[in-house]
Write a protein that binds this ligand. Structure first.
Ligand code: ADP
Ligand code: ADP
Length: 217
């Protein structure tokens, strides 16, 4: 049962760069896949195409439901509190106010930010802002998460904490995650499978299944 399927996906920008060249990819429901590779190898392009932000030049893309995206730049609304930032996707989806505020409180508590619900982004540290962004991403109820170096700018300790939080939510909700990173250690820490993209031209060159010492869900 696949959540994301790419068949022979090619992306050429204008008449120039061939960013992806015939990518075949199957991601099972509930799988956590990390994409690694040198800068410029097509990782962001791949996520943008899976998300629908950008269109493939050729090939077929199919995704179960509407995915949620999270970037390195948190893109929180500066004038909104943490609570209202997290509640925003639910507001856009028409979730009634009482219900979305309760859910936003729960999500902020799950990333250990229960005591800063009223603070605005500029009053928080970088790591806290990324945790708010993670909570907001999870507020979408999407089953497929697309994450483009979401923790790249954080110090190692904050990153470890966010890995734990992401992993526990991923397990609890059976999410499918496509996660881009430069950091091989991060990929091995998080993934069921690591996909290495080659830069010339953008192709899958190698896949590494990760054998985990502990049982999966
Ligand atoms: P990263 O290596 O962190 O993915 P990049 O610098 O490759 O970041 O890309 C950052 C953004 O700029 C992406 O949204 C990408 O699509 C866009 N971009 C990258 N290269 C070009 C380019 N040659 N022309 C226009 N946009 C580009
Ligand atoms: P990565 O995320 O692995 O760093 P990208 O997907 O950002 O790689 O970029 C893949 C290739 O496509 C790079 O050569 C980049 O310069 C080029 N590229 C990315 N976005 C654009 C764009 N909007 N216009 C033109 N070229 C782009």
């Amino acid at each position: 049962d696949n959540a994301v399927v790419l068949d022979e996906v090619t992306k050429r920008y204008g008449r120039g760069t061939l960013a992806l060249d015939g990518i075949d990819l199957r991601v099972r429901r509930g799988e956590f896949v990390c994409f690694v590779g040198a800068s410029g190898c097509g990782k962001s392009t791949l996520l943008n195409i899976v998300s629908g932000l950008d269109k493939a030049t050729s090939g077929r893309v199919s995704v179960a439901g509407r995915p949620a995206l999270m970037f390195q730049e948190h893109a929180l609304m500066p004038w909104l509190s943490s609570l209202d930032n997290v509640a925003l996707p639910m507001r856009l989806a028409g979730v009634p106010k009482a219900q979305r505020l309760e859910r936003a409180h729960e999500l902020l508590a799950s990333v250990h930010l229960g005591d800063v619900v009223d603070k605005r982004p500029h009053e928080l540290s970088g790591g806290m802002r990324q945790r708010v962004a993670l909570a907001r991403t999870l507020a979408t109820e999407s089953q497929v998460l697309l994450m483009d170096e979401p923790f790249g700018a954080l110090d190692a300790m904050t990153r470890d904490l966010l890995h734990d939080e992401l992993e526990s939510v991923w397990r609890a909700r059976g999410l499918t995650v496509l996660f881009v990173t430069h950091n091989v250690r991060e990929a091995v820490r998080l993934a069921d499978r690591v996909v290495l993209l080659s830069s010339r031209p953008g192709r899958v060159v190698q896949e590494y299944p990760i054998e985990l010492a502990r049982p999966r869900r």
